[in-house]
Design a binder for this molecule. Structure first.
Ligand SMILES: NC(=O)c1ccc[n+]([C@@H]2O[C@H](COP(=O)([O-])OP(=O)(O)OC[C@H]3O[C@@H](n4cnc5c(N)ncnc54)[C@H](OP(=O)(O)O)[C@@H]3O)[C@@H](O)[C@H]2O)c1
Length: 326
C-alpha cells in the first residue's frame, strides 16, 4: 500500500446502484485503493449482485445496503457517516413513467441526504444525454462541458432517457448550490468495456446487436464512445482531486456507425456483422467535434475505442453472452 492508499483506507464512501455496469467498476477501483465502500442495491440478497462480493477486498470493506432511489430513509441510512458519494443509480430506459421520476427524484433525495450527512463531495454520473441533445448546435461547435441538451427537443423527440438525465443533473446543481453540497458531475458518452456484472446492460446491447445477427444494417448515425474502466477512473479522480469542479465530459472518440462495424468486422470476422447502411439516400452523418481536455488534465489516458470494443467482445464471449465461433 502507498501512503495515499493508507489515507483512503480510513475513508468510507457510498456508491448508489452498486450492482450496475459502471458502478461495479467504481466499487472495484475504490476497493483496490483501500476505501471502505457502502454499495446500495435494491436487493442485497439477489444473486445478480454476487459479483460484487467476489471483488478483492469486498469481504473486508464492502457492505451492501438495501436502497431504492425513491426511499429517502434507505438512502439516508446508507449515506450517513460517509465521506463521499458516487451517485450512479438511475433507470436507463426511454419509458417516461419508469425514467423521469426515479432519475430526478432519486437524485434530489441523494443530494438532500448528502447535505444532511455533511459529506465532503458528491460525484454524480450524469450523461452525454444532458449535453448533446440540442438541434441548434452548429456543425463546427466543439462539444464540451458548457453544452446542455434542450429539454423541449428531448420531449418532442420522446427521448425520455436524455430528458430524465438532463433534468436530474439540473436539479442536482440547483439543490447542491442551495444546500452547500460540493457536487462534481461526470458526463459519460456511450460506455463499453468488460462487464463485471452477470447481465448485459443497455449500452453493451448497442454492440451485441451487431454480432448476434439481430441487426441486419447499421444506421446513418454518429455516437461517442468511452470505456467503462476510464469512466470509473474518472469518477475517482474527480472525487480525489481537491481542485476538481463542475462537469467532466467523459469521451474517447466520436465515430460513425460504419466505422464501428468495420472495426468489429476486422477484429471478429466470424460474426454476421452488418456492413450495409439502412439509409442509402441521405449524406453520411459527420462525427461532431468534442473536448475531453478536462479529464486529460486530471491524468486520464483514454483506452482507444478499438481496444475497448475488442475487450468488450472477449468479455461477452467469456461470460457466455456471445458464442465463441472460430
Ligand atoms: N452505460 C452508458 O452508456 C452510460 C452513459 C452515460 C451515462 N450513464 C449513466 O451511468 C449510470 C449507470 O449506468 P449503467 O450503464 O451502469 O447502467 P446499469 O447497469 O443499468 O445500472 C443502473 C443501476 O441503477 C440502479 N437503479 C435503477 N433504478 C433504480 C431505483 N429506482 N432505485 C435504486 N436503484 C436503481 C440499477 O439497479 P437494479 O440492478 O436493481 O435495476 C442498476 O444498479 C446511470 O446513471 C446512467 O444514466 C450510462
Amino acid at each position: 500500500m502507498t501512503a495515499d492508499d493508507t489515507i483512503a483506507a480510513r475513508k468510507t464512501v457510498c456508491v448508489t446502484g452498486a450492482g450496475g455496469f459502471i458502478a461495479s467498476w467504481i466499487v472495484k477501483l475504490l476497493l483496490e485503493r483501500g476505501y471502505n465502500v457502502r454499495g446500495t442495491v435494491r436487493n442485497p440478497e439477489d444473486p445478480k449482485n454476487d459479483h460484487l462480493r467476489a471483488i478483492e477486498g469486498a469481504n473486508e470493506r464492502l457492505v451492501l445496503c438495501k436502497a431504492n432511489l425513491l426511499d429517502a430513509d434507505d438512502l439516508r441510512a446508507a449515506i450517513n457517516g460517509c465521506e463521499g458519494i458516487f451517485h450512479t443509480a438511475s433507470p436507463v430506459t426511454d419509458d417516461p413513467e419508469l425514467m423521469v421520476e426515479p432519475a430526478v427524484e432519486g437524485t434530489r433525495k441523494v443530494i438532500l441526504a448528502a447535505a444532511e450527512a455533511g459529506v465532503r463531495r458528491v460525484v454524480f454520473t450524469s450523461s452525454v444525454g444532458a449535453v448533446t441533445m440540442d438541434p441548434k448546435r452548429g456543425a463546427d461547435v466543439v462539444v464540451d462541458e458548457s453544452c446542455w441538451s434542450d429539454l423541449e427537443f428531448c420531449k418532442q423527440t420522446k427521448n425520455w432517457y436524455c430528458y430524465g438525465k438532463a433534468v436530474a443533473e439540473q436539479k442536482a446543481w440547483e439543490l447542491a448550490g442551495e444546500m452547500g453540497v460540493d457536487l462534481v458531475v461526470v458526463n459519460p458518452v456511450l460506455v463499453m468495456g468488460p462487464l463485471l456484472q452477470p447481465q448485459v446492460n443497455a449500452s453493451i446491447m448497442h454492440v451485441v446487436k451487431y454480432l448476434d445477427g439481430s441487426a441486419k444494417t447499421y444506421a446513418n448515425a454518429v455516437q461517442a464512445y468511452v470505456d467503462v474502466r476510464d469512466v470509473a477512473e474518472a469518477q475517482i479522480r474527480v472525487y480525489e482531486s481537491p481542485s476538481a469542479s463542475g462537469r467532466y465530459l467523459c469521451a474517447e472518440s466520436v465515430l460513425h456507425r460504419e466505422d464501428v462495424v468495420r472495426i468489429l468486422a476486422k477484429l471478429f470476422p466470424q460474426y454476421p456483422i452488418p456492413l450495409k447502411c439502412s439509409d442509402e439516400i441521405n449524406p453520411r452523418k459527420k462525427p461532431y467535434k468534442f473536448s475531453n481536455k478536462k479529464l486529460k488534465d486530471l491524468g486520464i489516458e483514454f483506452i482507444t475505442v478499438k481496444q475497448s470494443l475488442y475487450d468488450t467482445i472477449k468479455n461477452l464471449q467469456q461470460k457466455g453472452h456471445l458464442p465463441v465461433i472460430s
